[in-house]
Design a protein around this ligand. Structure first.
Ligand SMILES: [Zn+2]
Length: 429
């Protein structure tokens, strides 16, 4: 069941999609696409297409957005498993990550990132915000490899590359200069990881440096904050204050956001949720990795490892979710499948009612698009024809069944197809 076929070269100028179901609409629609854009949507359209797709009453939505993934480390799991076999049978994350980074080359990063992009595109995700480590260990190797992958796959996916100081800025002397070089080379977003610095003063210096670089290059910011089991960690507070002070409204995303937000301190949480709303910050939670990694050192009760997703949602804060890791030292699974990630989000954040399930689908579509500041994203006339047709009638069915992505369309071209063949051999008598 399900044969993915990536077709990068096909050129279709006019595409007509018939019998498509749209979110929240009754009946089925035709969607006419010309030169990469949706130009008409209607119940019956009297237009011709050089190619016609019959959606057969299935759901058509914008293609998925993966707002956070480390494509430099992806698909290195086999290296770790081989190293573990040679030692005691298992490796901790940190020595495992060091093994991986020592083996980085521009070529293997380009190739592994390319494979991960193909996995993602074949599952309907064509917008990816990808983190590249920039530090004094790997230098600019990860960034250069990923810039090549971005260029080589530009017809099937839009990548934003985050220059990410994984080893810190204050504690890794030389990284600040490398970050400037990374932005000059073409990184799209400035990353940060203030919780990894040693003192809270250093964390604030780290955040200040990220803002200085972002302002100089007029770029957005995506930080990993309070990604620690220390209930006293409050990097997000300083990040929010800084975003408000610098008027960086709607231009900062924060991933993980645990620390004090995962503690029982509701008064602090209310303040942070309110500030996030004012700063128009995107909160990114990647629940599968959180469930895998966090709380493992707790005695009972064991923390769930995710931020206050429902409280941010209730306040109207933009919440998105990403794949984060694809078979690497941090997470042994993952396949660039954003429906799977939304499913994890439903489970870990208690999202089970119909509007909550729709909200989880928004996290892998519109909310991620908002964080990436994508223009013309959606299923409306004038929007870019970056679409997915699922083997499902609605969002609930898509999540429940983890439905196949029948067609993936990028810039008006079919870039991936999946066939569904089901046969029940043994029938009830
Ligand atoms: Zn991450």
């Amino acid at each position: 069941m399900g044969k993915a076929d990536l077709d990068i070269g096909s050129a279709i100028l006019n595409l007509l999609i018939k019998n498509a179901r749209l979110r929240g609409q009754e009946g089925t629609y035709s969607v006419a696409i010309e030169n990469g854009k949706i130009y008409k949507i209607g119940k019956e359209l009297a237009v011709e297409g050089s190619e016609i797709i019959d959606a057969k009453g299935n759901l058509l939505t914008p293609s998925f957005v993966n707002i956070h993934v480390h494509l430099d480390k992806c698909l290195t799991g086999e290296w770790i498993r081989t190293a573990a076999k040679a030692t005691t049978g298992s490796l901790d994350v940190i020595p495992a990550a060091a093994i991986v980074k020592r083996r980085f080359t521009e070529d293997n990063i380009r190739d592994r990132a390319g494979k991960a992009i193909e996995l993602s595109v074949s599952r309907g995700c064509t917008f990816i915000r990808a983190f590249a480590d920039v530090d004094t260990i790997g230098g600019l190797t990860a960034l250069k490899g990923m810039l090549r992958a971005k260029k080589d796959y530009s017809k099937v996916a839009d990548l934003q590359i985050v220059a990410f100081p994984q080893e810190g800025i204050v504690r890794d002397n030389g990284t600040e200069e490398l970050l400037h070089k990374a932005m000059e080379l073409g990184a799209d977003v400035v990353g940060g990881i203030p919780w990894y610095e040693i003192t809270s003063e250093d964390s604030s210096r780290h955040t200040n440096t990220v803002f200085e670089i972002a302002k100089k290059f007029e770029k957005d910011i995506h930080m990993l904050v309070d990604d620690t089991e220390d209930p006293g960690a409050r990097n997000i507070e300083y990040l929010l204050a800084k975003a408000l002070k610098e008027n960086y409204l709607g231009r900062v995303s924060a991933t993980h956001c645990r620390g004090a937000l995962e503690s029982p301190n509701d008064a602090y949480a209310r303040k942070i949720v309110d500030m996030a709303k004012k700063a128009e910050m995107t909160i990114v939670e990647n629940p599968h990795i959180s469930l895998m990694m966090y709380g493992r050192n707790d005695k009972f009760p064991i923390r769930r490892g995710i931020t206050r997703v429902r409280e941010f949602m209730k306040a109207g804060v933009n919440v998105a979710t990403g794949q984060d890791d694809i078979d690497d030292p941090y997470y042994p699974f993952g396949r660039g499948d954003m429906l799977e990630i939304a499913y994890f989000m439903c489970h870990s954040a208690f999202l089970g009612s119909p509007p909550e399930i729709e909200a989880a689908y928004d996290m892998i579509t519109f909310n991620g698009a908002k964080a990436m500041q994508l223009r013309n994203y959606g299923v409306e006339p004038g929007c870019n024809a970056d679409l997915v047709i699922l083997d499902a009638k609605d969002v609930h069915e898509a999540l429940q069944m983890q439905s196949e992505r029948l067609y993936v369309i990028k810039n008006g071209r079919v870039v991936a197809k999946n066939n569904v063949e089901r046969e029940i051999i043994l029938k009830p008598s």
